[in-house]
Design a protein around this ligand. Sequence first.
Ligand code: SF4
Ligand code: SF4
Length: 436
Amino acid sequence: MIKQLVFAAILLLTLLILGYSFYRIYRFFKLTRPAFNIKNHGQRFNQLMTVAFGQSKIFRWPFTGLMHALVFWGFLVITIGSLEMVIDGLAGTHRALGLLGPVYNVIIGSGDVFAAIVLIAILIFLARRLVMNIRRFKGVELKKQSKLDAILALTLIFLLMVSLLGMNMAYVGLYENKAWFEGVYPVSNWLNGLFLCNLSGNQLHLLHEVSWWAHILLIFIFANVLPYSKHFHVFTSLPNVYLSRLTPVGKMNTMEDVKTEVEMMMNPESAQEPPTEELPGFGIHDAEHITWKNYLDSLSCTQCGRCTSVCPANQTGKKLSPRKIMVDTRARMKERGPQLLKEGKEANDGKMLINSFVTEEELWACTTCNACVIECPININQPELILEMRRYLVLEQAKAPGELSTMLTNIENNGAPWQYSPEDRMKWSEELYMNA
Ligand code: SF4
Ligand code: SF4
């Protein structure tokens, strides 16, 4: 009974802290602009199954892709075992989901195998980060904190798998011959025979208790670290894939207000009524102008760098890194959000997302090829933010690179990108007629 009370108190504390962290992020979401109405649920579900659960994009990198996919699938299965631990902790039961019979054997058996696979994968990931010199893990946007985050998360997952296997090994050693023994443990059975065969019943019991508590406490700690680390994608990546764009890659969002203005200019009779309210301003220049989807994208970014590694601008030495755009957006909201909540829209810290975080040079380096979107394993839309920031520069600040400014002026004056009046457009052909 004491164990149950202690467990219930720790669980309550965990949920309260986690609830606070989510509430804090929810308030930041409330500062953002609307994005789109969520519909086409069938299509979205297919996208979720293929890209998220099927991990379809990650396999473009065969070895690390497979490792990541195995870790993801392993987590899904192991989470069911963690839920069982919560039930056992509260109810004082032993392997409460054992009543599922053969289904339980499949879940627990595959969880046991996945624990070993995840353990090996994490060791490989740690070696790649600490020993190997991998370009994808470098970049100005990857601050020391981000690197520490990655090491901390990998270490926590490593310890989670060690404690899970420790618990399973001790369980097998203690209760294998009892009538109420539940589940199958292919890996732990084997490891138990290798390492624990000489332990007494008391020692096995101690190992089981220590591993059980270590595992569940690590889960609670990990869950509460996530909202403050780059690994928040553990919570957000599935919803992010579900809510990702369904329109073709590269399709730009129409600026309805501008469209109405142009329609009025081109064809005053067919145009709709112009908006009577004052226009809200064009594009994005700070955290409060992004949409909720832009913010969800930034929270979901795993900082894996796959986007940057295929970005033609980055690969040809330009400053642009699509990963940096996502990292900067999240960082700016983390800084700007509390100011806005405290002081309202008038809050001014002398900084903006543009210039203080993302430079104009980075923005204009984008070719809008959308290779980053295609590569991103969780369907983040990086160019949308880039384009919206450019829209702010052009439409609000009249700032564009020289060649572009000339072209825009020509379009405005001549209806074409060239510096000739429309009346002179066919002059080039006159000589041809003369010589014909
Ligand atoms: S769309 Fe822009 S940011 Fe994305 S890969 Fe192409 S150039 Fe890079
Ligand atoms: S935007 Fe996507 S591909 Fe790029 S670092 Fe983030 S998760 Fe990886």
